[in-house]
Write a protein that binds this ligand. Structure first.
Ligand code: AMP
Length: 281
């Protein structure tokens, strides 16, 4: 495995690979890798001649009072995991190289960036779309892999790729969970043992919603109430949002007819966690 830290270097290596006619599978991450990330890396490894993992804690997707400075990092463990998974290139650029002085270009995917996480993190998806487009261009990604745990992010990126006629094929893979159902997340590291137990309310709330869908419930308010009731049982849980939306447009459902996306964000203490589930009858 080669570790590259410079944009120019990564781009040059990617050009060589493309010249040879090989495909490049890219997995963008912010590091502190867990099995969710590794599922993306394994898939990229299988489907492409060359596999690139990127680790970059992207400042432009964090709001002013968010956890950029304390975001968990473990470069040695990340390196070992990537090596073991057969990653060919680990790209870990610096913020100064990605956003040099004078940097001023951002990508906005308009409607999809507004609801859900966009409501409480107004500049988040602009930062995400921008860094992902830059990484596609730097790594000359044939395919890129994203987790459906960040469902809205996936829709934003997929739409950006479509709207801007990108060459990169965007692939979404299922959420990997701990054995008790908690969605894996680097931010789970912030939780105390007691908070870790309380965090199960996210997945369990989604299960309540799933059961309502199976029972044929048509009133979206019933779903929201059921999810809320489950979450507020936990003393340290504070709801950022919970919603039932159309899985493509992310617009709120007025009536449940067919598929829906239940999406939630909950603070457990100071840690904001998200989860979602596609519900189908
Ligand atoms: P992050 O490092 O949190 O920015 O995540 C990097 C990529 O891994 C994103 O595409 C995430 O959606 C994906 N990811 C994070 N957690 C999970 C998970 N539990 N299961 C599957 N993919 C995940």
């Amino acid at each position: 495995m080669e570790i590259l830290t410079r944009v120019a270097e990564m781009k040059e290596r990617a050009r060589e690979i493309v010249r040879e006619g090989s495909s490049i599978g890219v997995v963008p991450t912010m590091g502190y890798l867990h099995d969710g990330h590794m599922s993306l890396i394994r898939r990229a490894r299988r489907e492409n001649e060359v596999c690139v993992a990127t680790i970059f804690v992207n400042p432009t997707q964090f709001g002013p009072n968010e956890d950029l400075d304390k975001y968990p990092r473990d470069p040695d463990a990340d390196r070992a995991k990537c090596m073991e998974a057969g990653v060919d290139f680990l790209f870990t650029p610096s913020p100064e190289d990605i956003y040099p002085p004078g940097y001023q270009t951002y990508v906005t995917v308009e409607d999809l960036s507004g609801p859900l996480c966009g409501a409480s993190r107004p500049t988040h998806f602009r930062g995400v779309a921008t860094i992902v487009l830059k990484l596609f261009n730097i790594c000359l990604a044939t395919r890129a892999y994203f987790g459906l745990k960040d469902y809205q992010q996936f829709q934003v990126i997929r739409t950006m790729a479509r709207d801007l006629n990108l060459e990169t094929q965007v692939i979404g893979l299922p959420t990997v969970r701990e054995s008790d159902g908690l969605a894996m997340s680097s931010r789970n590291a912030y939780l105390s043992p007691d908070q870790r137990k309380q965090a199960l309310c996210l997945n369990e709330a989604l299960e309540e919603a799933s059961a309502l869908m199976k029972s044929g419930e048509k009133d979206p308010r019933k779903y929201l109430t059921a999810m809320e009731d489950r979450i507020i049982r936990e003393p340290q849980a504070r709801i950022d949002y919970l919603n039932l939306v159309d899985p493509e447009s992310l617009e709120e459902l007025k009536e449940v007819n067919g598929r829906g996306l239940a999406a939630i964000a909950v603070f457990i203490g100071a840690t904001r966690l998200i989860d979602n589930r596609i519900l189908s009858p």
